[in-house]
Design a protein around this ligand. Structure first.
Ligand code: IPM
Ligand code: MG
Length: 353
């Protein structure tokens, strides 16, 4: 029987709880469709700092490299916020992105129409729904440039080279071909040299995709346009830091940041999949976290890494059905609605598979 090896990094807070929901869904589908998953758990984030004094142990990285795909819950929490930089969960996250070569971060921001009330924008702005995909460069730019500090100053370097820009642009155009064929590249080319180079090479890649409409936008304007008229966007491609900021903004305007999945892809088909939300320590251990973002991340894993297209659709349809039937965890329930636990929501989705 075909068996996929999945490295599981549950992480901190609600991470392990939402991951458990995703694994239940994966096992159910595998059984139904005649294949299998083998899951191996590894330490990552705060729990790894506590256990082995390293936010991303080598064993975890090796385990991920040996797997077909990686499922991550969430890392971090107040407890580790005051730790020195090399002992912070965030540092572990950056390390695994670099070590696994996860240069392309796909963050879809999609509105579930039944949850439109949660959207903070005026209803007329989302009449036609909302479906933006932020494609964020994840292993370069200011996050990974030369940096340093002394007593009175600090600096970080923002540098992008042709190959980094071309490969992320290619990912953006490829996914745009399967969507609405519209790519907006976001930069700050009126000020930054790195952005001028960015723009040059994005436009070069655009020539290979004549069917895709490509335009450029300054990041300040993009931040404004996202709340003024989000319907104008299909795919946004941008650098590491701008993508960090704009993907949070795009997620929030759907009103359901707790529902959104993400994929971090390497060259080829390898990837790491995780919910966009964090470890939510305030509700950890209560069994009330919303597992949908993680379950939707599994759909992305099926589609981008495991070539299980039908099964990916099955998951997304089952989630949409559960929502349409009124299944709600606490984060998305409005007053008077019955609130489901993490396990109950998972079961509702499984019933709809
Ligand atoms: C994200 C997070 C991370 C980032 C942090 C935790 C390092 O904000 O994945 O968006 O900035 O990339
Ligand atoms: Mg972020």
């Amino acid at each position: 029987m075909k068996t996929y090896n999945i490295a599981v990094l549950g992480g901190d807070g609600i991470g392990p709880e939402v991951v458990a929901g995703a694994i239940a869904v994966m096992n159910h589908i595998a059984q139904k469709r005649g294949f299998a998953f083998e899951f191996k758990n590894y330490l990552a984030g705060g729990c790894a700092i506590d256990a082995v004094n390293d936010p991303m142990p080598q064993e975890t990285i090796d385990g991920c490299k040996a797997s077909d795909s990686v499922l991550l819950g969430a890392v971090g929490g107040e407890k580790w916020d005051t730790f020195p930089s090399h002992l912070r969960p965030e540092t572990g996250l950056l390390r695994i992105r670099a070590e696994l070569g996860l240069f392309a971060n796909l963050r879809p921001a999609q509105l579930f129409k039944e949850l439109a009330d949660a959207c903070p924008l005026k209803p007329r702005l989302i009449e036609n729904g909302l479906d933006v995909l932020v494609v964020r460069e994840l292993t370069g730019g200011i996050y990974f440039g030369d940096k340093g500090r002394d007593e009175t100053s600090g600096y970080d370097t923002l540098k992008y080279s042709d190959y980094e820009i071309k490969r992320i642009a290619k990912v953006a155009f490829e996914v745009a071909m399967k969507r609405n064929k519209n790519v907006v590249s976001v930069d700050k080319a009126n000020v930054l040299e790195s952005s001028r180079v960015w723009r040059k090479f994005v436009e070069e890649v655009a020539k290979d995709y004549p069917e895709v409409k490509q335009s450029n936008m300054y990041v300040d304007n993009a931040a404004m346009q996202l709340v003024r008229n989000p319907g104008q966007f299909d795919v946004i491609v941008t650098g590491n830091m701008f993508g960090d900021i704009l993907s949070d903004e795009a997620a929030m305007i759907t009103g359901s940041i707790g529902m959104l999945p993400s994929a971090s892809l390497a060259e080829g088909s390898f990837g790491l999949y995780e919910p966009v939300h964090g470890s939510a320590p305030d509700i950890a251990g209560k069994g009330i976290a919303n597992p949908i973002a993680t379950i939707m991340s599994v759909a992305m894993m099926f589609r981008y890494s495991l070539d299980l297209m039908e099964e990916a659709d099955m998951i997304e349809n089952a989630v949409a059905k559960a929502i349409a039937q009124g299944a709600r965890t606490a984060d998305i329930a409005v007053e008077g609605e019955k609130v489901l636990s993490t396990d109950e929501m998972t079961q509702r989705i499984i019933e709809n598979l």
